[in-house]
Design a binder for this molecule. Structure first.
Ligand code: ATP
Ligand code: MG
Length: 440
């Protein structure tokens, strides 16, 4: 992508409305724009990051055996009347009427809809287990939308829903998502700790929130500090192994970890004082097992091996991609801007032409840009005629992991500078060496 032809509206000034660093940096880097309270556009740079986050979430959902579909944002009130949640949900639900005066709503979550899909076509235990997910916009009319997309009214959620014949089966489905979440957050460059959580209006009795420790987090959390160093389930994890996944779950729940709603002072005080971590955190994911709550209310049953009908055991599993993007920034930035983990960076490399219009600089940058693009890298080429200082500041602000800098003096020697955004380390090398480093 040539910056001269791109749309990346950088702000020079610090936006006054932004209270936390991630919100400030997302606005300054031109990633998002607020359209009305708690409702955002994702501008091209932000969209690239969001897409990369979603790709990782999707990859890990698929690995764990979940199957993607797409459900609509608008739902009929009827389904929610069946489950009893149409009245229970309260003011967070945005209620709408269509031209026939039929009550509709903008989905805050999809348990009812997915249960309807399930009951319309699954009739036998032979079709279980089943886990269906989508990545879709949600709307919740939050009382206090704030911190940009961290807590917005319209936001994106990956929500998965599992269906099993028995409670034991449902626990295995829960453990699959538990392990998938550990892997997902790790690939996003985050350390998320599963904490015992309240089940809230979704209901049920087994639930964990995945929390990232951050001073700006809205949740108050308490946990054993050893979680920070625990191993993440690796690529060889067998999601069909009931024992294997149970042991991951057992390990990751063996020490104290709870949000303030579930906090047990006495149990926490039993942790040796030096091992206690009491901190603030950002909830980036939440998983629930809620048994037959919706299947009974909505008549979702299958024929079991005993020939009888059984209400299915269900769970639901949410991750907030539009919250994860600012959460990643909260965890990874410095005074100059964002520092993206390579896995979600909007571009892999930025090529900075320090003197656009200078034949040697232009030729060098074009050569590098073409070679790296051909090698499958996402490259941003700053070919604008801004001052070098402005270009450096922009490159640091938008947090692309690698900068290749071509200035007249180095280029005259057939060289460029390669800068690592995170460490700030710079290395001068031949143009060929710079290309080879990233093509290999
Ligand atoms: P919170 O406690 O932060 O209000 P929640 O418990 O209501 O969230 P869930 O129903 O568990 O949220 O939703 C699953 C995930 O969706 C959350 O873990 C979070 O990542 C994301 N999410 C929920 N509400 C919002 C929001 N208003 N803005 C952005 N992301 C959200
Ligand atoms: Mg929650």
């Amino acid at each position: 992508m040539r910056l001269s032809r791109y749309f990346m509206p950088i702000l020079k000034e610090n936006p006054k409305e932004a209270e936390i660093v991630s919100h400030r940096l997302m606005l300054r880097a031109g990633m998002i724009r607020q359209q009305s309270q708690g409702i955002y556009s994702w501008l091209p740079l932000g969209k690239r990051v969001l897409d990369k986050v979603n790709a990782i979430i999707r990859d890990e959902q698929n690995r764990a055996g979940a199957i993607e579909l797409s459900m609509p944002t608008l739902q009929s009130a009827e389904l929610w009347q069946e489950s009893g949640r149409y009245d229970a949900y309260g003011k967070e639900m945005l209620r709408i009427k269509d031209r026939q005066d039929r009550p509709m709503l903008y989905g805050p979550t999809n348990e009812e809809m997915v249960t309807d899909i399930f009951r319309s076509s699954v009739k036998s235990y032979k079709d279980l287990p089943l886990n269906l997910y989508h990545i879709q916009l949600k709307f919740r009319d939050e009382i206090r939308p704030r911190f940009g997309t961290m807590r917005s009214r319209e936001f994106m959620m990956k929500d998965a829903y599992s269906f099993d014949l028995t409670r034991e089966g449902a626990e295995h489905s829960y453990n699959k998502m538990f392990a998938a979440y550990l892997r997902t957050f790790d690939r996003l460059g985050l350390r998320a700790i599963p904490m015992r959580a309240d089940t809230g209006p979704i209901g049920g009795n087994l639930s964990h929130e995945f929390i990232i420790l951050a001073d700006t987090g809205e949740s108050e959390v308490f946990c054993h500090k050893d979680f920070v160093g625990f191993d993440i389930p690796d690529d060889r994890t067998d999601f069909d192994s009931i024992e294997g996944l149970k042991s991951i779950f057992d390990k990751w729940t063996s020490l104290y970890a709870a949000t303030s709603e579930m906090h047990d002072e006495a149990a926490f005080n039993a942790v040796p004082e030096g091992d206690r971590l009491s901190a603030r955190g950002i909830e980036v994911g939440h998983i629930f097992y809620f048994g037959t709550k919706y299947s009974e209310a909505m008549g979702a049953k299958v024929q079991g091996p005993d020939g009888k009908e059984h209400f299915v055991h269900m769970g639901s599993y949410g991750i907030g991609p539009t919250r994860l993007v600012p959460a990643i920034i909260e965890a990874s930035h410095d005074d100059n801007g964002i520092i993206w983990p390579a896995s979600v960076a909007p571009f892999d490399i930025v090529v900075i032409n320090m003197k656009a219009g200078d034949q040697a600089c232009d030729d060098t940058c074009e050569l590098i840009y073409a070679a790296l693009t051909k090698a499958g890298k996402d490259v941003l080429y700053d070919d604008t005629d801004d001052r070098a200082g402005t270009k450096f500041a922009t490159a640091d602000l938008i947090g692309v992991p690698v900068q290749i800098i071509a200035g007249p003096r180095a280029v005259a020697n057939g060289e460029v500078e390669v800068k690592d955004r995170k460490t700030g380390a710079r290395e001068t090398m031949t143009i060929e060496a710079a290309i080879n480093r990233f093509v290999a």
